[in-house]
Every structure is written in C-alpha cells, then in structure tokens.
Design a protein around this ligand. Structure first.
Ligand code: UGA
Length: 447
C-alpha cells in the first residue's frame, strides 16, 4: 500500500517508519523543511530507542521517504494518516484542533484520487465528522473517507508497541475505507494484531478512555502509597499483591511522583472537558487530574522531610529529568514542579539526565546541568531519583558516596537497589513506606 503520514513527530515518525518496516511504501510529511532535510540525512530529531536504525534501514531500501510537499506525498496514496499535535488550548484546556483541521483542508485541496484519511492524532469524539465535512465541502470528483485509528504507543518502547500491538482499533462506518485500513495492518510483519472494528466515534473514545483509565490506575496506586506511609505498609508489596489478581493486572501500578508526559495530562483534561460539554461529569477523571497535579509539588515536601525539615541553603542532586525513562521528553515531567518547589524552598539544584538535558535547559535557568550522575551529586546534601533510568539502578554506589556531602538517597521512583544503597552507607527514602532505612535498621531487622 502507498501511505502518506502527515506530521513527523513522535507518533507520525514512529508509525511511518514501522509502516515501511512491515512492507508499505511510505512518505512522511512535515511542514518544517529543516526536520525533513535532517531526516533525509538519517538524523532523527527525537530520542526513541531503535528509531534511528529503523529510519535509516527503510530510507535506504526506498520504502520510507520524507518531504515537505504534501501534494507530492499524496500522489497515488491509498491512505493519508494525520499525526499532528492536539495540544491543550491555553485558554480552556480543550484539545486544540487547529492543526488537524488545517491538514484536513490541505488534503481536500491536494488529493488527486480516491483516498482514505486516517486520523491517528488523539482527537475529541466527533472530530472525524468534522474532518469529513471539510473533505466533502471541497466537492472533489473522487472518493474521500475518514477513519479513526488511534495510536497506543508508549514513548521509549514505541517500536515494540507498534510491532506487537495489544490491539489495532479501526473506527469507520465505510466498508471501502475499513477494508483499506485493515489491509494496512493485516500483514505478516505485525505480530498477532488484534483488530477491533467499531464506529468512528467509539474509536475516538477508546483512545481517551484507555489513557484516562491508565492515569486513574497510577493515581490510585499513588494514593494507596500515601496510605501505606501513614499506616505502616509497603506499597511495593501492596501493589504486587493487588496486581497479581488477573482482573487488575500488575502493569501501571508503580507508585511514583505522579504521571506526566505529552499524553495523560492533556488527554484526561480534554476528556473531562468533552464530557462537560455533553452535560456529563466524569468525576473520577476530574479527581484524578487534581490529585495528580497536587502530587507533583507535594513530592518536594517529602524531600524536605527527608532533609530534616528544610532544604534552605542545601544542594540537591536530581537524577533524571525526563517524564519517564528512555525518552528525552520533558513535557509535563514531574521534575518541573519538583525542582521549582525545591528552588522556592531555597535549595540549589544540580541535575543529570542521560537524554533530556537539552530540553530541560529550555525550561530551567538556575539548574546546574552535569555530565553524569556523579558530577551532579558532587557536594550534594541529598540525591533524588526522579526518572527510572536503568543506569541509576546500577550506579556505582561507592563512587556516589565519595561525591556527596551527606549520604541521603530519596528514590521517588522506587527503583534503586535498597539493600545495596543502605549497605553503601546511605540513608534511603522511597515512596509508599514510612520513614527511611539506614544500615543500623537493616542490621536490627536481620537479627
Ligand atoms: C501513554 C500511553 O501509555 C500510550 O498507550 C499512549 O499511546 C500514549 O500515552 C499516547 O497517548 O500517545 P506515554 O505517555 O508514552 O504513553 O507514557 P507511559 O508509559 O504511559 O507513562 C505515562 C506517565 O505515567 C509517565 O510519567 C510514567 O512515569 C507514569 N507511570 C507509568 C507511573 O507513574 N507509574 C506506572 O506504573 C506507569
């Protein structure tokens, strides 16, 4: 099949590259000519593990091409995927649809033959109808249909998620369009794709409902972590015991500093706004949004507690800035409010992230960015883990100890090897458990 993907950001670039990998002939389009030129040279503008190699491989075979010229990209295409951003409108939090509609208008002018327009961007329910109206208004002498095909890729493991999807959702009432989009996914390269056919509106809702449910699951376990701290439980054991119930499932039960990223915060907000516009109140989701927002800054208070009630004049080393591991994405990262609060409380912040420092430097002005975790920890009164990068889990603790001014680790992701951290002489604080662990407590517990 010949496929055009419009928008070469996280979603469009991963989807386009993977479509090429499973055998389709793909042209990725972006209105930023510099991005297109860089992609043609094999330079991938985002950090996504494995993506550069896959882009290079498929570009070399000729199955993956890049252009800033939409008319050129649409020539002979069977399907055009819209994968542009739908950021929250600053005024009211509704998803801003201007980019999607602008692309729809451009497609309506530049398409040259029968074309299925597939919406991959996360869009409020009813957007497919709007896009269809835009296309029909152009009165072109060929067939144009709109399908909703939401994406469920997680940053950091996006290629794997694409190649081994739990499901592929195809929302359309048009048999011809449905057949074309199904044929794109029903190929040998896509392991066990479970295709869900539904209406366009249901498909649009599936995407939001899935993200909102996952955000709710994380928020739930974060509140249970708070309760563990108050009553003397251990969230790691509680989450394990709860998650082994197959009706619940153990994924997305890692307590932490609150969810972030470009999707959950924006999509929960957009879903609650859509619901209110239809006189439905999603109280659970509205509460999730509020609890999660409050949680991020509250994390800084835990650092204060661990530091004896004040961080004024202290140096705090922050390990990890990205909203999660294996990405350079800083959008809505918990690191932002946590660091800002620590600075408000008078701390000096030194930070290190393996991939996100370039993006973080655009946000923070008074943070010292360091070349590695050891240099960030130099002279620190506390080391905080904010992103669960593998390299922090296996860090050389002896060397870390030599750097710090005070041996205190505050693990806001519960990923550090507690026994080893304590054995190395650190006081260890984590999420969802009362107080800290020190080597003295460890030896008492062992007796
Ligand atoms: C999320 C969804 O997981 C994808 O299915 C969806 O396609 C994507 O949004 C999207 O709508 O485009 P992503 O934002 O890349 O993917 O990241 P997640 O892995 O879902 O993590 C989101 C946030 O939740 C991160 O801040 C992460 O640290 C946090 N999280 C996740 C937890 O705090 N605990 C967990 O157990 C899991």
């Amino acid at each position: 099949m010949k496929i055009t993907v419009i928008g070469s950001g996280y979603v469009g670039l991963v989807a386009g590259t993977c479509f090429a990998e499973i055998g389709h002939d793909v042209v990725c389009v972006d209105n930023d000519p510099r991005k297109i030129e860089a992609l043609k040279q094999g330079q991938v503008p985002i950090y996504e593990p494995g993506l550069d190699a896959l882009v290079k491989k498929n570009h070399e075979t000729g199955r993956l091409n890049f252009t800033a010229d939409l008319a050129d990209a649409l020539n002979g295409a069977h399907a055009a995927f819209i994968a542009v951003g739908t950021p929250p409108r600053p005024t009211d939090g509704h998803a801003d649809m201007k980019y999607v509609y602008a692309v729809a208008r451009e497609i309506s002018e530049k398409a040259t033959g029968d074309l299925v327009v597939v919406n991959k961007s996360t869009v409020p329910v009813g957007t497919g109808d709007e896009v269809e109206q835009i296309l029909l208004k152009a009165h072109r002498p060929f067939k144009l249909a709109v399908v909703s095909n939401p994406e469920f890729l997680r940053e950091g493991v996006a290629i794997d998620d694409f190649m081994r999807p739990d499901r592929v959702v195809i929302g359309s009432e048009n048999d011809w369009a449905k057949k074309i989009v199904s044929a794109i996914y029903e190929v040998d390269g896509l392991a066990g794709a479970n295709i869900v056919h539904t209406s366009r509106r249901s498909a649009e809702l599936i995407k939001y409902a899935a993200n909102a449910f996952l955000a709710m699951k994380i928020t739930f376990i974060n509140e249970i972590a708070d309760l563990c701290e108050a009553v003397g439980g251990d969230i790691r054991h509680v989450a394990n015991g709860v998650g082994l119930d197959s009706r619940i499932g153990s994924k997305f039960l890692n307590a932490g500093p609150g969810y972030g990223g470009s999707c959950f915060p924006k999509d929960t907000l957009a879903l609650s706004k859509t619901a209110r516009d239809h006189r439905v109140q999603l109280r659970t989701i509205e509460t999730v949004i509020q609890v999660n927002d409050n949680r991020k800054r509250a994390m800084a208070l835990r650092v204060l507690d661990a530091c004896g009630g004040s961080v004024h004049g202290k140096t705090i080393a922050v390990l990890g800035l990205a909203f999660k591991a294996d990405t350079d994405d800083m959008r809505d990262s918990p690191a932002i409010p946590v660091i800002q609060a620590l600075q408000d409380f008078g701390a000096t912040v030194r930070a290190y992230d393996p991939e996100a420092m370039e993006n973080a430097a655009k946000i923070f002005h008074d943070v010292t960015f360091c070349e590695d975790a050891f240099s960030a920890s130099n002279g620190a009164d506390a080391v905080i883990v904010l992103t669960e990068w593998d390299q922090f889990k296996t860090i050389d603790l002896k060397q870390l100890k030599k750097q710090v001014a005070a041996p205190l680790v505050i693990d806001l992701r519960n990923v550090m090897p507690e026994d080893a951290v304590v054995a190395a002489g650190f006081e260890y604080w984590c999420i969802g458990r009362t107080g800290s662990t020190t080597s003295l407590q460890h030896s008492i517990a062992a007796e």
